[in-house]
Design a protein around this ligand. Structure first.
Ligand code: HEC
Length: 248
């Protein structure tokens, strides 16, 4: 003998109000998160709006070059010979390590660059006469640091997990097909895991920026589905007519 599962129409008014208030607050929270994401990612690539490049810049960085490389290929190209330029570019590509600065790089800079690029010149331009100085223009932008990503991900995993639990607990009272209900309930947990994994993967390969976006979109859909169905059924779904309850 099975009793029918509890549904929204079995709840009293105060319980309905509790669920409604919770869902609305979470909805506002989700919209806030979207606005926050939009404003903090927008414009990394110098274009208005959020694009896949903005996501890549945030996690992967802009590794196409450094200010130093841009300078010796561009405005400073006239002060350096081709093979010297090649040596500096290789040094930058291999991580601009301090060991090689004084033995390999500085002798090249001494030929012409240091006529101008020392603090003594009085010009407000990068100081290339010390490793500390050159580092500022020799750093490749590799995006958000691993440390920051770890901080953000544990906050996200706990926070999003609890919100998903809360929304799912309310949604379990909805009258829908079981497979559909189970999918919408479990999706946020799976997707937030994939999303956060993809932050780290994007640091390694910018291709995963697409995963970040897809996972974020699926999370939004799963939550929107649970919230809207719950809100609708909370206030508009009537109990089915008393069935002649003879079945087991
Ligand atoms: C005659 C003086 C002079 C010499 C020689 C010179 N520079 Fe410069 N450099 C400047 C000035 C002035 C600026 C700032 C204006 C500009 O960015 O064009 C500058 C800017 C730079 C910048 C900063 C670019 C940025 O992103 O802001 C770098 C890096 C640089 N130079 C590297 C070099 C290197 C490497 C050499 C030698 C191969 C060199 N410069 C030789 C005068 C010089």
């Amino acid at each position: 003998m099975t009793m029918g599962e509890r549904r929204f129409y079995d709840c009293g008014v105060s319980e309905k109000l509790l669920y409604t208030a919770f869902l609305l607050l979470m909805g506002v929270g989700y919209l806030m998160a979207l606005v926050y994401l939009y404003t903090s990612f927008e414009g990394y690539d110098g274009e208005p709006g959020v694009s896949i490049e903005d996501i890549v810049y945030n996690y992967y960085g802009n590794r196409s070059g450094t200010r130093l490389e841009a300078a010796i290929r561009g405005p400073m190209a006239g002060y350096i010979q081709l093979d010297d330029r090649h040596v500096i570019v290789e040094w930058l590509k291999s991580g601009a390590l301090e060991n090689d600065y004084s033995t390999v790089i500085r002798p090249i800079l001494e030929k012409t660059c240091l006529n101008c690029h020392t603090p003594a010149s009085g010009l407000n331009i990068p100081d290339l006469s010390s490793y500390e100085g050159i580092k500022k223009v020799a750093e490749v932008d590799t995006g958000e640091s691993l440390h920051t990503l770890m901080k953000l991900s544990h906050i996200h995993l706990f926070g999003v997990g609890l919100v998903a639990l809360g929304i799912g607990l309310v949604f379990r009272l909805a009258a829908t097909a079981t497979w559909f209900k189970a999918t919408l309930m479990v999706l946020p947990f799976a997707v937030i895991f994939v999303d956060i994994l993809a932050w780290f993967l994007t640091k390694w390969d910018p291709f995963y920026a697409y995963t970040v976006v897809t996972a974020g979109g699926l999370l939004g859909l799963a939550w929107a589905g649970q919230m809207l169905i719950s809100l609708y059924q909370l206030w508009f779904l009537r109990a089915p007519k008393e069935e002649k309850n003879s079945a087991s």
